[in-house]
Design a protein around this ligand. Structure first.
Ligand code: ATP
Length: 445
């Protein structure tokens, strides 16, 4: 990984420009000047994101008998957000500068920089803070009255709580068990910033684990360990990841215990995932607001109790940003040259293997190799430019393996496989390439 050597990322700017030029991430509606807090994922970005989501789903849902999945609508019945407390409490304190007219979060004033509109003073002329609700509103149907207002969900977990009874019965699950979901969430952030770190539209992967109140601590520990293991397996080094327990005054009013998994971004340590002991707040409130009984009967068939919930909540976009920042390095090579490389973990790299014929004259055989590999891997074919430059392009894209088909290949039926991180080259039989890659990628999995 990037910590092995070379110069690591110190400012986001280099990564932002690489992401745009290589087709990872770029501003949404770019030809109109972009729209603040919204991002588009290009050909490499969507592969990275899909790989990360697939890995999360594999670890959290498919490998476990006690977690099932769901995919709910983005818009819920508006009462959902009254019950969850979002209508009343989901707000950040906001201030306006009367001079430059900019708007800031009152709890992030140390980061706002000087005022551009006040002569003789760089200080902003700030209004007193007031609460700003972060839910994005929309309207449903043709009427424009108050009853038509709905919200784009600010977190993916609430439909898990409202769907709890249905999913539990349909999946024939007993407590303890979990429900997981990956999907879009929307927050009208006052100050979107740090690239995709704080966006207005983003994806969350959340899992709500329902257990008996006597077992809440055990499951909280379990999920803290599981989630940390997940991140470590993606190649984060020991110095780039840490856990941070919330102090009592940081905890949400319904939350009994919370731990953040933080990554050392170029702009400081910041949360990528939260693990929360939410108690029975959500189920109790939805039970109260809907009038439906959500308590369950215990194993002994006598005790009735409201399950308590341990939640794991990771932002997919934030995780992708952390993975890219962690992977980015500029390395000195022999002869005074340097390369920019993304040391992405092979299991999530957008392209797994590039097929590079040394000459266009070798295209027919190289294409045959390419189409064979496409059945099992995500392959990129490139026959343009000198081979050194093609390797550099794949290094920047984070491709773990390049296979070069050269003028000896038709004779000896061998190709050269070049590994991204070590740049070591190995000559292997063409018929063994797929197996070789499978072994290497499995090892990385
Ligand atoms: P923060 O304090 O950074 O706003 P939060 O504590 O409000 O985050 P949660 O509500 O716990 O975040 O959301 C869980 C996860 O969703 C976060 O760890 C983060 O990865 C992701 N997330 C939350 N808000 C955003 C956002 N505006 N843009 C991108 N990802 C986000």
């Amino acid at each position: 990984m990037a910590e092995a050597g070379g110069q690591q990322l110190t400012h986001l700017d280099e990564l932002v420009s690489l992401c745009a030029s290589r087709g990872y991430i770029s501003p949404s509606s770019e030809i109109y000047g972009g729209i603040n807090g919204f991002w588009d994922y290009g050909p490499l970005g969507v592969e990275l994101k899909n790989n990360v989501k697939a890995r999360w789903w594999q670890r959290v849902v498919r490998e476990r008998a006690d977690v099932v999945g769901m995919d709910s609508a983005i818009i819920s019945h508006p009462r959902t957000w009254d019950a969850s407390g979002h209508t009343e409490h989901f707000s950040d304190p906001m201030v306006d500068c009367r001079a430059c007219k900019k708007r800031f979060r009152a709890d992030q004033l140390e980061e706002i920089g000087p005022c551009s509109a006040r002569e003789g003073s760089s200080e902003h002329d700030l209004t007193p803070p007031r609460n700003f609700n972060l839910m994005l509103e929309t309207r449903i149907g043709a009427s424009e009255d108050a009853a038509s207002i709905a919200y784009l969900r600010p977190e993916t977990c609430q439909p898990i709580f409202t769907g709890f009874k249905r999913v539990r019965e349909a999946a024939r699950q007993k407590i303890p068990f979990g429900i997981a979901q990956i999907g879009k969430a929307f927050r009208n952030e006052i100050n979107p910033r740090n690239f995709t770190f704080r966006s207005r539209e983003f994806e969350q992967a959340e899992m709500e684990f329902f257990c008996h109140p006597d077992e809440r601590e055990k499951w909280f520990e379990h999920w803290c360990e599981e989630r940390m293991r997940f991140h470590r397996e993606l190649g984060f080094g020991p110095d780039s990841l840490r856990t941070r327990a919330h102090s009592a005054d940081e905890l949400a009013h319904y939350c009994k215990n919370a731990v953040d998994i933080e990554f050392r971004f170029p702009f400081g340590w910041q949360e990528i995932e939260g693990i929360h002991d939410r108690g029975d707040w959500d189920l109790s409130r939805h039970s109260e607001y809907s009038g439906k009984a959500l308590a369950v009967t215990g194993e002994d068939q006598k005790e009735r109790f409201m399950p308590t919930v341990v939640e794991t909540s990771v932002g997919i976009d934030r995780l992708c940003l952390a993975l890219l920042a962690n992977a980015y390095a500029v390395e000195e090579l022999e002869g005074g040259e340097s390369r920019t490389v993304l040391h992405l973990h092979a299991s999530i790299a957008p392209i797994q293997v590039a097929v590079l014929p040394l000459s266009k004259k070798l295209a027919e055989s190289a294409h045959a190799l390419e189409s064979g590999l496409r059945r099992r891997f995500n392959v990129f074919y490139d026959d343009a430019g000198n081979i050194g430059r093609r390797y550099r392009r794949q290094d920047e894209a984070g491709t773990p393996f390049c296979v070069t088909y050269d003028f000896d290949s038709p004779e000896d039926q061998q190709v050269t496989v070049r590994e991204r991180d070590t740049m070591k080259q190995e000559r292997i039989a063409i018929e063994g390439v797929a197996e070789y890659l499978r072994e290497q990628l499995d090892c990385a999995g």
